[in-house]
Design a protein around this ligand. Sequence first.
Ligand SMILES: Nc1ncnc2c1ncn2[C@@H]1O[C@H](COP(=O)(O)OP(=O)(O)OP(=O)(O)O)[C@@H](O)[C@H]1O
Ligand SMILES: O=C(O)c1ccc[n+]([C@@H]2O[C@H](COP(=O)([O-])O)[C@@H](O)[C@H]2O)c1
Length: 192
Amino acid sequence: MKIGLYFGTFNPIHVGHLTIANHLVEHSDLDQVWFVVTPLSPFKKKSSLLDNYHRLEMVHLATKDYDKLRPSDIEFGLKEPNYTIDTLTYLFEKHPNYEFSLIMGEDNLKSFHKWKNYELILENHSIYVYPRISEGKIDTQFNDHSKIIKVDAPIMELSSTFIRNEIKDGKNVRPMLPEHVWQFIDEMNFYR
Ligand SMILES: Nc1ncnc2c1ncn2[C@@H]1O[C@H](COP(=O)(O)OP(=O)(O)OP(=O)(O)O)[C@@H](O)[C@H]1O
Ligand SMILES: O=C(O)c1ccc[n+]([C@@H]2O[C@H](COP(=O)([O-])O)[C@@H](O)[C@H]2O)c1
């Protein structure tokens, strides 16, 4: 089975994330996409970060109607900040028969050479890269790389930060979130 791993903070998950994951399962050889909820990304601060289980619950609510999209709490028991190489090692031990690939936006590929053991990640895994509007340049070593697969997914210029700020300002963010996620955030009074 081929699994695409979509790592993120998902604070909260939004329709941009969901559209990309769905595009990948519809247009690639991936059988499933797992949204791996990261407790703490190495390049991010903990400020305004919702509890891990609340972020996982939102991913569950967003994906429950999609057969091939799954939430994953695999990083919850691992050391913080969460380095992807460590998670991949753990996943390989747990599911030796699955083939794991990564899914990332072009923005993340631009800083990928700063990730822990990125060469080792590329040695053992493919990376599906979708277009994203962002500053900076992709490191030349990643040009025409045999393990990097470019995917022509739609560009969705949304971010969780934008959504959190809009909620704080009392704006309506309903169209930017999967309906069940919006309801949960509203009921729980998150990000206000
Ligand atoms: N609108 C989007 N379209 C495609 N990819 C996205 C979008 N927003 C975020 N991503 C990517 O999804 C992954 C997980 O996203 P993350 O949880 O960091 O969301 P974010 O919206 O960038 O969050 P924040 O604004 O809190 O930094 C990251 O690789 C990020 O680059
Ligand atoms: O392993 C690393 O060195 C590493 C460095 C930066 C980010 N990551 C992973 O990439 C995911 C997206 O990163 P971010 O910071 O854009 O939310 C995040 O959830 C981490 O799992 C991983």
